[in-house]
Design a protein around this ligand. Structure first.
Ligand SMILES: Cc1ncc(COP(=O)(O)O)c(C=O)c1O
Length: 391
């Protein structure tokens, strides 16, 4: 049996939505995107939403709008996708890493607050795998530094909530990804939400080369309109061709979450008595169930990936600790043991298939391969390491 790592849930009607855009004169950002932005602002209860070409380009536009640059520090978890650290780094700021909690793999307000220096300009906490970090507690922990911007990395967390609150309520901005494997996807894309109108107006510019507001409409109304460039920006807009894939997914996303929850809970129940580690699920939150990860002893992780591959089960690694990757290790000389939880989890983690259309027979197959092929490997490794320790 072949089990894909991911399958999107786009409905056949998505093709009709794209065809409608093709029938218009301009394929780039326009009326469709504006409607999706209004839909997103409404979904999250945010004042403003902006569509962007990806999480990555949205983060770049946001950091540019916050004037993050040379000499600044931006705090990011060591355990995340590299984009979170790369965007401050690209602007000449320093990505300063913090470790994560051993049980939840979320970084904590305490760890972040301890890492703040006079140079800290922003912090990018990550709602890892779909669970929310407590952003209001983070804001409170940074109470003496209201100048520090909090930018939530919501690439995994569209549907997630903590204590009844969605992302964006306590931060400067929250950024989402609509990349090919995300719970809401248009292949490549993303969105920023913010309640800060001044920041929103700056991002409108940094999302479009820094052109003055309204540049997106410069071909409208017949006559050409001049624009000015008021600040440095990038091209981070999302074309309507892709935006057209989003409205139907956004309006039904909460209907699909119970299917993700059911599969994740089945995995959790099936693995509960096995010698595997799983991240702890928070009891006061709604988990977006973006990724389902298990942890096996680091020495056999790559072998486990090989076995799952040979059984035709799509799997991946989310993530290896960023300070252990060559670029950051070589440029900053990081101590590989400086972020022990991220390092240990990053060396042992394996992500299993999880998406609403994953059939029950495929779920059973994944569970069976873990029980019959992976667990004996884990047990043998545990026996070997106990024997080594006893010697
Ligand atoms: C935690 C995290 N942050 C940022 C990104 C970057 O998203 P994008 O591919 O939309 O730029 C990803 C993408 O996988 C991610 O998982």
């Amino acid at each position: 049996m072949q089990v894909d790592f991911y399958r999107h849930d786009l409905l056949p009607s998505a093709a009709a939505s794209v065809a409608e855009v093709i029938a218009t004169p301009f394929l780039t950002s326009g009326a469709v995107g504006r409607r999706v932005e209004a839909q997103l602002a409404d979904y999250f209860g945010a004042k403003h939403a902006l569509l962007v070409g990806s999480w990555t380009s949205g983060a770049l536009a946001t950091l540019l709008a916050l004037d993050v640059g040379r000499g600044d520090e931006v705090i990011v978890p060591a355990m995340t996708f590299i984009a979170t650290a790369n965007m401050p780094e690209l602007l000449g700021a320093r990505a300063v890493f913090v470790d994560v909690d051993r049980d939840t793999l979320l970084t904590t307000p305490e760890l972040i607050a301890r890492t703040v220096t006079p140079r800290t300009k922003a912090v990018i906490p990550v709602h890892m795998y779909g669970q929310m970090l407590d952003v209001s507690a983070l804001r409170a922990a940074l109470a003496d530094r209201p100048d520090i911007a909090i930018i939530e990395d919501c690439a995994h967390c569209f549907e997630g909530e903590l204590a009844g609150q969605k992302p964006g309520a306590h931060s400067s901005a929250a950024i989402f990804s609509f990349y090919a494997t995300k719970n809401v996807t248009c292949g490549e894309g993303g969105a920023i939400i913010t309640n800060d109108t001044a920041l929103y107006e700056r991002i409108v510019q940094t999302r479009m080369h820094g052109m003055s507001a309204g540049a997106i409409d410069r071909f409208k109304h017949g006559g050409y309109r001049h624009w000015d460039m008021e600040r440095l920006g990038v091209k981070a807009n999302l074309p309507d061709l892709l935006a057209a894939l989003l409205p139907a997914q956004i309006s039904t996303i909460d209907e699909r979450l119970p299917q993700r929850e059911e599969i994740a809970s089945r995995y959790e129940r099936a693995f509960a008595d096995l010698p595997l580690r799983l991240p702890r699920t928070l009891t006061n939150g709604k988990h977006a169930r973006h990724l389902f990860t298990i942890h096996v002893p680091p020495r056999i992780r790559d072998e486990v990936l090989g076995v799952l591959g040979s059984r035709k089960i799509g799997c991946t690694v989310n993530y290896r600790s960023i300070p252990t990757l060559s670029y950051y290790r070589d440029n900053y000389n990081y101590d590989p043991y400086g972020f022990p939880v991220s390092q240990e989890w990053g060396e042992g983690t394996v992500t299993l298939p999880l998406y609403p259309s994953l059939e029950r027979t495929a779920q059973d197959y994944v569970i069976d391969v873990i029980r019959t092929d992976v667990v004996p490997m884990v047990e043998a490794e545990m026996r070997a390491s106990h024997a080594e320790a006893a010697r």
